[in-house]
Design a protein around this ligand. Sequence first.
Ligand code: NAD
Length: 511
Amino acid sequence: MTSTSPAPAATNTDLPVVGHWIGGARVESASGNTAPVYDPALGAMTKRVALANQDEIDRAIAAASAAFPAWSDLSLTKRQQIMFAFREILNRDKAELAEIITAEHGKVLSDALGEISRGQEVVELATSIPQLLKGEFSDQVSTGIDVYSIRQPLGVVGIISPFNFPAMVPLWFLPIAIAAGNTVVLKPSEKDPSAAIWLAEKFQEAGLPDGVFNVLNGDKFAVDGLLTDPAVASISFVGSTPIAKYVYETATAHGKRVQALGGAKNHMLVLPDADLDLVADNAINAGFGSAGERCMAVSVVVAVDSIADELIAKIVDRAGKLVTGDGRRGADMGPLVTEQHRDKVASYIEVAEQDGAVVVVDGRTVRPDGDENGFWLGPTLIDRVPTTSRVYADEIFGPVLSVVRVESYDEGLELINASQFGNGTAIFTNDGGAARRFQREVQVGMIGINVPIPVPVAYYSFGGWKNSLFGDTKAYGQDGVSFFTRQKAITSRWLDPASHGGINLGFPSNN
Ligand code: NAD
């Protein structure tokens, strides 16, 4: 950390304001309420973002409501063609989007491109919407009677996204929601709002009719507007656990379908027979990639004691070679998203010292390749973290990797299963039997076997267990299709003149 100077206050009226995207056009902030947007590697406020007032919330929802009848009535082929066109535009212009992400989030450009490619996967899945929406058909279930099912869109759907994936998380939901015939109001994070506006412009270029996809910038007020407005049929939320719980409880109380993905604390269990060089590489990648600001980051290495010293030496060696700096200059790891967040993450290193843990690599001493005002914190490795410490229990969401030593597989498993979170986990071992036991016994939604960040591909679904997901349905994949559609079952009889059965008050039965 090289600077503790305060970031400029959000009063600079010369800066551009990121507004909304409503009904197919940019909309300036009418309320005049704004929040600052920083370039984290410069440590400078570079823009402001509009914070929606009630009128703007109403306009966004009204635009989506007005677009719904025609959009949901459009043929699958036409919706599919727009999704194909969007996929081509996204792929063509992804370098531009990556620069926008890096300038507001801080993650290095290669990582921004990585997030875009994982979002693009879901767009590619959505191009197969005619296949995904296919219903079932049963011929002649009773004499002269057929039964079949169809899937229909919900209406206006709300999406609320976090700062850490300003393109990928919206793209976990948008493509399937839209392709299935819904219209959308997206409320991005106020920390990095520009990627969402960029996506809206590119969808328009792809031929999406005005009003199908709207972006409403704002804070809690805008979120509450979406959670409570009767015209919004569903909420897809991604963010921290306390807010996810609040969103789930509020929106379900208002009769909405809700999937609310929350926070995480992901453990990597290392058994003694694992390839320790592979483990060390992956601990570095998964612990410090995106400065640890990933919900699937590894934040705890659970090492069986007999190999812990050797493993830590290998991680320390690799951490020492990482370059922390401006993501536009080829650094390995960028800054944290805001100064406030950087200071909060750094404060956990003090907590670790107070709680008797051993700070092996201290990110506070980092010498960044970047502006001295950037929100820097280098890779940090803390050994012997007591499980009673907040460093172990809290989601820190920064480049702070804890090591907890255990005596056995069973002790490691028990630790992981006791966590309030159940998003992702990984086991590193060369023992197939142990890995198989782990996949069956661990209480976590996404599991990696010698894979550290097991984010499922688009045609599986993404979501954790316990306090990492409120609701029944995960993001994208078949769960995504189910979430954004309602199923109807139809029992049909086309009479021929001879088949009339006459009056019968009995319950319909098959014959
Ligand atoms: P956050 O919870 O602070 O914000 C998420 C969204 O909620 C933002 O759009 C924000 O404007 C809004 N919000 C913030 N405070 C609110 C309030 N009081 N009432 C209503 N809405 C509010 O999360 P963040 O800091 O942007 O993102 C990081 C968090 O997201 C981490 O906890 C991370 O684990 C989690 N995350 C989870 C997943 C997952 O798939 N489970 C994926 C990405 C991020």
